[in-house]
Design a protein around this ligand. Structure first.
Ligand code: IMP
Ligand code: MG
Length: 186
């Protein structure tokens, strides 16, 4: 494996490329264990879940459908706005045939996924489950437990592997803690 070059704004690497590979392998096996694939739809939440979704789908053996939605997230700071807005919806006439697994980068307050689960159930999905790469349970504002979770992390603002601060750092191949002075000066 190639050596990771640290971005100068990163305080510490929290999940390296090898750990990410192990996590996606484990989660893909868990999803394959639970779904035969006939109705399975992986629904990625843009943009943060992109690298995670891409790695995960390649390891799932049951040939799922792939879809995306986009919802509002953080602006140019590290605090959630508190309300969830759908920016790009998923139009599907036969949603009743779909076992949806929502693919998310991180759960913080829990608002995004609890809203989306409710929204998709209301639309008549056959089933709705959630798969998150990271979880910060200490930050919950609404009760929410994901069905599949890559790693539980402490209350730190992290970037990389899809996760951003002000739309930057998404392309880093690892997940790192951002130096607080980077977001304090923004
Ligand atoms: P929630 O609705 O508060 O659970 O927010 C989830 C969303 O907040 C995620 O999809 C991310 O876009 C964003 N988010 C939460 N924590 C972080 C973080 O540490 N780094 C980057 N984005 C984060
Ligand atoms: Mg997100």
């Amino acid at each position: 494996m190639r050596k990771t070059v640290m971005n100068r704004d990163i305080l510490k690497v929290l999940v390296d490329e090898k750990q990410i590979d192990e996590i996606t392998t484990r989660l893909a096996a868990e999803i394959d264990r639970d779904f035969d694939g006939e109705h399975l739809v992986l629904l990625g939440i843009l943009k943060g879940s992109l690298p995670f979704m891409a790695d995960l789908m390649k390891k799932i053996k049951s040939n799922p459908e792939i879809e995306v939605m986009k919802v509002s997230s953080y602006g140019a700071n590290t605090k959630s706005s508190g309300s969830v807005k759908i920016i790009l919806d998923w139009q599907r006439p036969n949603i009743g045939d779909c076992d949806i697994v929502i693919i998310e980068d991180i759960i913080d307050s829990g608002r995004t996924l609890s809203y989306l689960c409710e929204y998709l159930k209301q639309k008549g999905a056959r089933s709705v489950h959630t798969c998150t790469l990271l979880d910060k349970p200490s930050r919950r504002e609404v009760e929410f437990v994901p069905d599949y979770c890559g790693k539980t992390i402490p209350d730190e603002f992290v970037v990389g592997y899809g996760l951003d601060f002000a739309e930057r750092y998404r392309a880093l191949p690892y997940i790192g803690i951002l130096k607080p002075e980077v977001y304090k000066k923004a």
